[in-house]
Design a protein around this ligand. Structure first.
Ligand code: SF4
Length: 178
């Protein structure tokens, strides 16, 4: 690990935040994690820029937009152990449901056909969609996979326990879809 304490990050790409809610469900065990690692980037803390030299990063969500793509590439460069965290990251899961439709009909349905007040596909602020939502490992190298929708707090804690000790976690108890 770099420095005296492991540097931990969590990232939210195209997911529902349920995996982060399950992370919070570790409850009092969050104090244990907080005592053993520095949370240097996360939607749970007020840090805007993904830092250098992150030891462990949990990535929730699929890679669905050009912004996701830019972010995950930078995150990979700055992270020692990248964890695909939850089914959306591992398989695309819910974000992948739009893949057979294609981005143009999808955006038209969401922003034009179903809108009565000023319909129109946004060309600013909303990041452009990729042709398909992609699992994280199709874009960058992933070191550890934790399936589940979401993974349980017990599975997250056990995995983090190993990762913060520098061990490869045994995620065989983790199951897709639950
Ligand atoms: Fe939400 Fe499930 Fe995707 Fe996690 S895996 S972001 S809980 S839909």
């Amino acid at each position: 690990m770099s420095g005296t304490r492991p540097r931990l990050a969590t990232v939210w790409l195209d997911g529902c935040s349920g995996c982060h809610m399950s992370f919070l469900d570790m409850d009092e065990r969050l104090f244990d994690i907080g005592a053993r690692a520095d949370l240097v980037y996360s939607p749970l803390v007020d840090v805007k820029e993904y830092p250098e030299q992150v030891d462990v990063c949990l990535v929730e969500g699929a890679v669905s937009s050009e912004d996701d793509l830019r972010r995950i590439r930078a995150i990979r460069e700055r992270t020692r152990t990248l964890v695909s965290f939850g089914d959306c990251a591992v398989t695309t899961n819910v974000p992948g449901m739009r893949n057979p439709i294609g981005p143009v009909p999808l955006l038209r349905r969401a922003y034009v056909e179903n809108v009565t007040d000023r319909p129109g596909v946004p060309d600013q602020v909303v990041p452009a969609l990729l042709p398909k939502a992609l699992p994280v490992h199709q874009v960058v190298k992933v070191d550890v996979f934790i399936p589940g929708c979401p993974p349980s707090a017990d599975i997250i804690y056990d995995a983090l326990n190993d990762l913060l000790e520098g061990r490869v976690p045994d995620t065989s108890r983790a199951r897709f879809g639950r």
